[in-house]
Every structure is written in C-alpha cells, then in structure tokens.
Write a protein that binds this ligand. Structure first.
Ligand code: G1P
Length: 312
C-alpha cells in the first residue's frame, strides 16, 4: 500500500545564530547543500512522502523563503527565451503544480511546540508530518525518512517519531525516548523527555527532526506550559499524547547530518558533492591528495563515537 501524508509543517522561524554572519540577511534554511537550499531538500522529502500542502512557519525575517517557493516569472521567461530548458525545469520544480505552500507567522520565538501550534489553522485532520530542515537525512538507496514514517504510521497507527542513538554526553541537546522494542527499527515509546542531562537521561535514543503526529497534538499544545529553556516544547505535548494513545520511535534507514552546526553542514555538503556526477570524481581526487599530504591523524585527536542505543 502506498501511503500519503497530505500536510507537512516546516518550523523555520529560528535565528540561525551558529552560522552568523552568513545568516544575517539570509535565512539559515536557504543555505545550500550543493545547489539546493536546505528547505528545498526538506520540501522534496515531504512531496516524496505524498504531501500536497507545505506549511512554513516563518517570521518577519524569513520572507526570502516565500520568494524561493514563489513563481519567478521574469527568470522563467528569460530561461525560456534563451532555450535553457534544463535550468527552467529546475526553477519550476521548486514546487510542483499540485503542491500548495502556506505561510504562517510565528510572531514570537516561543519554542518548537509553539511554532507547530501556529500551523494549526493550515493542517487538515488526520496525521500530519513535521520536518526540521536542519536535520538533513539522506537515504540514497530507498525512500526518504518521512515516506518511511508515513508507512510505519499506516501500519501501526498512532504517531511516529524519528530517532537515532546519540552520544551519551549529548543527551542534553535532544528529546530522548525510552520504550519497548517492536522490531529492530521500531519501539513503542514509554517516555519522552526534552534535553535531559546525561546522568538522568533514560536512554541515548535521540529524537531527530521528523515527526508524524496525530492531530490531537494541537489540543495538547494549547495546554502545554513552557518547559526546558522556558519554551513551549513539542516534546512535552508528545509526553501528554502518550497517556492517551500509542507513539512509536522509528530508527529510519538513511544517514542524518546535523546541519544546524558547521561540522554536520560541511559533511552533508561533501557527501552530496562526492555523489555528484559532475564534480564527484574530481572532488574525491582533491580530498585524497589533501589527506595524503597531511599524513595520518595523531591518535590523540581521534574520538570514539557511541553510535549504539542503550537504555538505563
Ligand atoms: C528540537 C527538539 C528536540 C529534538 C531536536 C532534533 O530541538 O526540541 O526534541 O531532539 O529538535 O533536532 P532543537 O534542536 O530545536 O533545540
């Protein structure tokens, strides 16, 4: 069965301070991984999961995101008259004709939960998706993460949240879940907590920015008080949802790059560039040359990575 997720919400009102000064005038979601802005990768993933309504939760400094998805009439006319059909196709494909963008304002930065609540008037009944574009997920050999999750939701009902093991020292950067395994990739969530310190975290399974949530989450968000960091947390509303219905943590197929920080952003760029038909082979040769010239990394600089899920 092919499953569609009609509406996907993109909370994109964040400041992007880690990339200043690049993000002084340009929204962080428009920074490109290769030749596509982060928000375009996210929109494509949503459309591939069946979405025909993309809800962007923006603020007054994010108008360029509207422009990106708007029709660029003059540009299209010029490309058309000069016969640049491939470029014309690329410009038109930013948003296929059957997909409707909706822009919703989040007037104040009051947290992820608040951003999602702002989208409520634009979200039809039934389960809906959320993508945090900073969490860039590539699944080179199969469907995107959100399409996988739509399938899981159709099979198991309830809500589905993407997770992956994070290093224990980093639990305070993520929503952390614990629960009961269903199969090798799926767990029924028993508890979820926002950004716990490593010494109190129930596990090292971190929430990454993909959610398929039951519409009921909006009622719960209405009543969610500010939590971690003084913000209205989506995680707290999901914790309330768990008392009423099932939610599942899903270990997606694919690799996630944290493009909210510089290392992840550069890794994602390199990964996509190495896969690129036009420049991949040359880039590989360049990198190999640089690494040979630099010699082996000193053992003291090597870091052990957990990469394994454990629960207390
Ligand atoms: C948000 C969520 C957090 C989740 C993370 C994934 O945090 O609140 O639960 O683990 O996204 O990227 P943020 O990164 O916005 O602080």
């Amino acid at each position: 069965m092919t499953v569609r997720l009609r509406t996907v919400v993109f909370p994109v009102a964040g400041l992007g301070t880690r990339f200043l000064p690049a993000t002084k005038a340009v929204p962080k979601e428009l920074l490109p991984i290769m030749d596509r802005p982060l928000i375009q990768w996210a929109a494509d993933e949503a459309i591939a999961a069946g979405a025909d309504t993309l809800v962007f939760v923006v603020n007054r400094n994010k108008r360029a995101i509207n422009d990106h998805f708007d029709m660029a009439f003059e540009l299209e006319a010029r490309l058309e008259s000069s016969g640049k059909t491939e470029h014309l196709r690329m410009v038109r494909e930013t948003l296929p004709a059957h997909v409707r963008p909706v822009f919703v304002l989040q007037p104040e930065a009051r947290g992820l939960g608040h951003a999602v609540l702002c989208a409520r008037p634009a979200v039809a009944s039934g389960p809906f998706g959320i993508i945090l574009p900073d969490d860039f997920i590539l699944n080179r050999d199969g469907p995107g993460a959100l399409a996988q999750m739509a399938q899981v939701q159709a099979e198991h009902g309830g809500s589905v949240i993407a997770v992956e093991p994070v290093e224990w020292k980093d639990t305070s950067r993520y929503g952390i879940v614990s629960g009961t395994p269903v199969d090798s990739q799926l767990m029924k969530i028993d508890s979820i907590v926002e950004k716990p310190r490593p010494d109190v975290a129930p596990s090292n399974l971190g929430v990454v920015g993909r959610y398929v949530l039951d519409h009921r989450i909006f009622d719960l968000l209405e009543n969610t008080k500010p939590g971690a960091g003084g913000e209205i947390q989506l995680t707290d509303a999901i914790a309330a949802l768990l008392t009423e219905q099932d939610a599942f943590a899903y270990r997606f197929d694919g690799v996630r790059y944290d493009c909210g920080n510089k290392l992840g952003f550069v890794q994602a760029t390199l990964r996509c560039a190495l896969d690129d038909e036009e420049i991949g082979a040359d880039l590989r040769r360049t990198l190999e040359g640089w690494l040979r010239a630099a010699g082996p990394e000193p053992a003291s600089a090597r870091k052990a990575s957990d990469g394994v899920a454990t629960q207390r």
